[in-house]
Design a protein around this ligand. Structure first.
Ligand SMILES: Cc1ncc(COP(=O)(O)O)c(C=O)c1O
Length: 410
């Protein structure tokens, strides 16, 4: 089946209680913006997922459910075929989301006052899942190279991990927002360091299926026996198949001791379940969703290349590095020389596009904004034209000329 029409003409999302589309006034103070922020896609879920949901709804009885052998088989096969990772059924713990899992991992494996390392800039809840429980964040800032690519600072990581009371690393693999797929070399070094300093690794692999060729996502436990024994892997079909509203995640923990502790904590709060609809959608997605995903990835890749090309041709004030994974682009607006608050306001009120504020990802996000390209090409073209017009007006405003020349020279 050819899904081009499906991606070119996504369903209208206004008035569907969409977090992305229906809260613009509330969150951004204006409705006259194109929503290109929160990380969901504008596309409908794959047809087999929709059919499984309909079938379940049509049956009409939504009593208590459990995860069938077919569910586990779908998950096992997906991990094996997609990532070469052979998992066992009993390794899986269910949570109603990856952020829930991150919170519970921090609660389970660290104590009040302990420290947790994160690699910044990073998905904003990585901060709050630590500080929200009275733990302390230790930053291991990523290093941005000349060409815009980010790499891990492995020397600083060793310092960070060897600090007093440092117990955990929360890894974002692949990384949101910088779009890196960590290489085997990088991950192996992380593994060595975490083993040496006795650090538990929580690897958020929610974007692991959204990787562009020739990059390969390596599930953390596949690195080594020690990696397998000290890690908690957060996976979900939510980003991959655009079903985040079903609140369904599979947290995979090969080590029984860690798994039992995590499961106990999560069950003590009564949240170690996924819903009937989440389960049927996940099973259908993992069993029949590959073709849709392949085409979706191609569409989003083309969207990213379009943005990159457009910026290269029309927007010398903006820089971007083509991501290796995710459908998120990390745009560098520093050459505009604006304060972050002014940049945010300029994009909302002059360009009329709603992006994520780079500052939410940490201080290293100053001057950056995150763009979500999981939308129709038409909408993305409109967004880029709006951006180009706004920057042209800014460029031509006489009072900006001196500032602009200054910042472009830097
Ligand atoms: C790295 C990362 N983790 C977790 C989430 C959200 O997970 P969930 O909706 O399952 O809590 C996101 C969503 O953007 C994400 O980018």
């Amino acid at each position: 089946m050819d899904y081009t029409q499906h991606f070119d003409n996504p369903p209208e999302r206004l008035n569907t209680n969409s977090a992305k589309w229906d809260q613009l006034q509330k969150l951004f103070g204006t409705e006259d913006v194109l929503p290109l922020w929160v990380a969901d896609m504008d596309f409908a879920a794959p047809q087999p997922v929709q059919e499984a949901l309909k079938k379940s709804a049509e049956h009409g009885v939504v009593g208590y459910s459990f995860q069938s052998e077919a569910y586990y088989r779908a998950l096992r096969e997906w991990m094996k075929n997609k990532h070469g990772w052979e998992i066992e059924d009993e390794w899986v713990v269910f949570t109603p989301g990856v952020v829930t899992a991150l919170n519970f991992a921090v609660q389970t494996f660290t104590d009040h006052g302990d420290k947790v390392v994160i690699q910044t800039p990073v998905y904003p809840p990585f901060y709050s899942v630590v500080t929200g429980h009275g733990r302390e964040v230790v930053e291991n800032p990523l290093k941005q190279q000349e060409n815009g690519e980010y790499v891990m600072d492995l020397e600083q990581l060793e310092q960070a991990l060897s600090g007093e009371n440092v117990k955990m690393l929360i890894l974002c693999s692949p990384h949101n927002p910088v779009g890196r797929v960590w290489t085997r070399e990088e991950l192996e070094r992380v593994d060595e360091l975490c083993a040496k300093h006795n650090i538990i690794v929580v690897s958020d692999e929610i974007h692991g299926d959204l990787v562009f060729e020739p990059n390969r996502h390596i599930p953390y436990p596949m690195l080594s026996e020690q990696a397998k024994n000290r890690s908690i892997i957060c996976t979900a079909p939510s980003k991959t198949f655009n079903i985040a509203g079903l609140n369904t995640s599979n947290v995979i923990i090969p080590n029984q001791e860690l798994r039992d502790a995590f499961a106990l904590k999560i069950n003590n709060f009564g949240v170690g379940h996924i819903s009937q609809f989440g389960a049927v959608a996940t099973e259908a997605a993992y069993t029949h969703g590959e073709e849709w995903l392949e085409q979706c990835m191609r569409y989003m890749r083309a969207n990213m290349e379009y943005v990159q090309q457009y910026i290269a041709e029309h927007l010398p004030e903006v820089s971007v590095y083509l991501p290796e994974a995710t459908y998120l682009m990390w745009l560098d607006f520093r050459k505009l020389g604006m304060e972050q608050a002014d940049l945010v306001s300029f994009l909302l009120h002059k360009a009329r596009v709603a992006l994520n504020d780079g500052r939410a990802f940490g201080t290293a996000g100053e001057g950056y904004m995150r763009l979500n390209v999981a939308c129709s090409r038409k909408m993305l073209e409109e967004a880029m034209d709006r951006l180009a017009l706004a920057i042209r007006d800014w460029r031509e405003a006489p009072q900006q000329t001196a500032e602009r020349e200054n910042s472009l020279q830097q």
